[in-house]
Design a protein around this ligand. Structure first.
Ligand SMILES: NC(=O)C1=CN([C@@H]2O[C@H](COP(=O)(O)OP(=O)(O)OC[C@H]3O[C@@H](n4cnc5c(N)ncnc54)[C@H](OP(=O)(O)O)[C@@H]3O)[C@@H](O)[C@H]2O)C=CC1
Ligand SMILES: Cc1cn([C@H]2C[C@H](O)[C@@H](COP(=O)(O)OP(=O)(O)O[C@H]3O[C@@H](C)C(=O)[C@@H](O)[C@H]3O)O2)c(=O)[nH]c1=O
Ligand SMILES: [Mg+2]
Length: 299
């Protein structure tokens, strides 16, 4: 089975390649310069030439703050690009797995978000990702849209690596403590993607298709996440860094972010019998890989 993944140096595409190889699956990554999602006419040739049995659409414009001033480019890459990929998947009669985000929600809800909850993005990035979802659904029923959140890994850029980098030169950091969400490990996303891809290829059941939420188990705030990162780093001989919890107003950014974007994993558990590991367990693996040091076993 040939699994074609868009993106060549992103967190999720790199994790999919690494995990796929270890499982003996054929993973082909396609990205710039062969294809450019902002230029839909570049997609069909290379995607079809890769002869996919299933397409995983991971590549995206992910710079949340920069998107506020580059809305047209973000919309092309996150909206029209995936829409075109879905048309190609339909022509090839193969399933499309697409990654979306918790930032499609406003954050106004009290509890966790289910797949049936109405989206209401509060940022350009969130709006463009929602547009991608809509365009995919219009192009082919043979799709799975996986909304994930707060992705981190040893690869690419992410909050864990940012915290460790900032911590090298600072003894304390101010981090927002009033935005709640679910940190999700790219290697866990890859595990889910490869399992779902294989099921979709084998089984045309419509119940396996549609929107699913896919996040690490548990929840925290960015400040809670940062504290866990520095605890794990200190256990491995890293420097102690204090995290000062602050309100969102004290950390002004161009993009607004949801105050609550916790996603429920119940539908995925029911339909696919799949749950991701608790985020602290995955964070431990990530820190071990990043530092090359395993945490000492607790007495
Ligand atoms: N990161 C996160 O916290 C979250 C991510 N997601 C979603 O998950 C998916 C994967 O995210 P993640 O792995 O973190 O993303 P990254 O930012 O790590 O990687 C993005 C990838 O997309 C590629 N890309 C960007 N623009 C284009 C373009 N115009 N044409 C082709 N390729 C392009 C990049 O390639 P290049 O090197 O050429 O720029 C890179 O390989 C995305 O769809 C994202 O929206 C959802 C929730 C949270
Ligand atoms: C670096 C830093 C950030 N923050 C805040 C800003 C923001 O509210 C929060 C997270 O910052 P980041 O810029 O790393 O995260 P952000 O870019 O908002 O991350 C998002 O990326 C996109 C792609 C997604 O799809 C989302 O699920 C989510 O992961 O932490 C601090 O409070 N202190 C700091 O020192
Ligand atoms: Mg960011």
């Amino acid at each position: 089975m040939r699994i074609v993944v868009t993106g060549k140096e992103g967190q999720v595409d790199t994790a999919a390649q690494a995990l796929g190889e270890s499982l003996g699956l054929e993973i082909i990554r396609v990205g710039r310069p062969e294809i450019d999602l902002s230029k839909p006419e570049t997609l069909s040739g290379p995607m079809k030439a890769a002869r996919p049995d299933v397409i995983i659409s991971s590549a995206a414009y992910t710079a949340v703050d920069k998107a506020e001033s580059e809305a047209a480019l973000a919309q092309a890459i996150n909206g029209e690009g995936p829409g075109e990929l879905a048309k190609i998947a339909a022509e090839l009669n193969i399933p499309l797995l697409h990654l979306s985000t918790d930032y499609v929600f406003s954050g106004d809800k009290d509890g966790v978000y289910s797949e049936g909850d109405a989206p209401g993005p509060v940022s350009v990035y969130g709006m463009t990702k929602l547009s991608g979802e809509t365009q995919i659904a219009a192009a082919t029923p043979n799709h799975v849209i996986l909304r994930t959140a707060w992705v981190y890994s040893p690869y690419g850029n992410n909050f864990v690596k940012t915290m460790l980098r900032l911590g090298e030169t600072r003894d304390e950091l101010n981090v927002v403590a009033d935005q709640r969400g679910c940190p999700t490990y790219a290697l866990e996303i890859a595990r889910a993607l490869l399992l779902i891809a294989q099921k979709l290829v084998a089984d045309p059941d419509p119940a396996l298709r549609g929107i699913f939420h896919l996040t690490g188990q548990g929840e925290t705030t960015w400040a809670g996440f940062a504290e866990a990162i520095f605890e794990g780093s200190a256990l491995r001989g890293g420097k102690a860094v204090r995290v000062n919890p602050i309100p969102t107003e004290a950390y002004p950014t161009p993009a607004k972010r949801p105050a609550n974007s916790r996603l429920s994993g119940e539908k995925l558990a029911e339909v696919y019998n799949l749950r991701l590991d608790p985020w602290r367990v995955s964070l431990d693996d990530c820190l071990t890989r990043l530092t090359g040091v395993a945490a000492p076993v607790k007495e």
